[in-house]
Design a protein around this ligand. Structure first.
Ligand code: RIB
Ligand code: CA
Length: 298
């Protein structure tokens, strides 16, 4: 199984990397994108987290400095000035690879005999570029897991940037629009699931956290009083799909500005052919047990 993670570390992206490695998911590569922070920082953070995990064989490819057409607005106010909760983890021993992330993604998927599992936990800029470079590679995507969007399917499915829009899709609506039109039919875990306090770091959970996870979560947790595990929940849907429930919908992405920027518009009447599998339920207890057990090893 060949797995590539495209991400914008970011505290929850880092926890997702820890979760994947602890669960022995063999990552072929990590590609990084601007989102939570500038791409130099998200790349530096991916290298640092891999070092901490002793995973210095996973290559990191640096990607897009910003969205396809919009200007970048980071989430530094949540993830800290270093992007990892100002946790001062040691500097990385390695550097990023020379090849651009989108070019790597397109080439790797195209040249590989077996199909590739793609996981994206940041804005979809790199993925959209890769699909543009070599459009035929969409046929070689075995599974495509995305953290992003809000679909108003649960009481938690409202926006976290505007009333209507989630950060990853808000950051690059054009890339998101292109990915949802690509025919890859992604499995999408949105805020409907990840904004549920039942699967977040709350006082009780924070009290049992240790090691690197506690170190990177502490500052945002104390600032917000809760820390949502957006990206670990998304990767959990790849590792443990049976604890989730998904439903196929046709979803279009708003390219307007303001509140609607990056908004997901769901066809609930089932008139249009589905283009995405949207998560609407998770077994909270099972997720927390699996996640906390996995990261306690680091
Ligand atoms: O809206 C939450 C998402 O945006 C998460 O992936 C977080 O890391 C940020 O990228
Ligand atoms: Ca992310």
């Amino acid at each position: 199984m060949k797995v590539i993670l495209d991400c914008d570390p970011g505290v929850d992206d880092a926890l997702a990397i820890m979760f994947l490695i602890a669960e022995k998911v063999k990552l072929e590569a990590i590609t990084t994108v601007a989102g939570n922070h500038e791409v130099d920082k998200t790349s530096y953070n991916a290298l640092r987290i891999l070092d901490v995990l002793g995973e210095d064989r996973v290559p990191v490819y640096r990607g897009s400095k910003g969205p396809l057409t919009r200007s970048l607005v980071t989430a530094e106010h949540i993830h800290g000035s270093d992007g990892l909760g100002d946790s001062n983890l040691p500097p990385p021993k390695r550097k990023v690879e020379k090849e651009d992330a989108s070019e790597f993604l397109a080439r790797f998927v195209d040249e590989n005999t077996d199909k590739v599992h793609l996981i994206a936990t940041g804005p979809l800029t790199n993925i959209a570029k890769a699909f543009r470079y070599r459009p035929w590679i969409v046929k070689k995507i075995e599974s495509f897991t995305i953290m992003g969007g809000c679909f108003f399917l649960t009481p938690f499915g409202y926006g976290n940037v505007t009333k209507l829009s989630e950060f990853n899709f808000f950051t690059d609506p054009e890339a998101t629009y292109y990915v949802f039109k690509s025919g890859t039919k992604p499995n999408v875990v949105g805020l409907d699931i990840t904004q549920d306090p039942g699967v977040a770091i709350t006082d009780q959970i924070f009290g049992i956290l240790e090691g690197v996870a506690k170190r990177i979560v502490e500052k945002p947790f104390r600032k917000l009083g809760i820390f949502h595990l957006h990206d670990p929940i998304a990767v959990a849907s790849f590792i443990y799909p049976d604890i989730f429930k998904f439903k196929l919908f046709n979803v279009s992405i708003s390219l307007y500005d303001g509140d609607e920027r990056g908004m997901c518009i769901v066809d609930r009447r089932g008139i249009y052919s589905p283009n995405a599998n949207i998560a609407y339920k998770v077994n909270r207890r099972e997720f927390l047990l699996k996640f906390l057990k996995a990261i306690s090893k680091v």
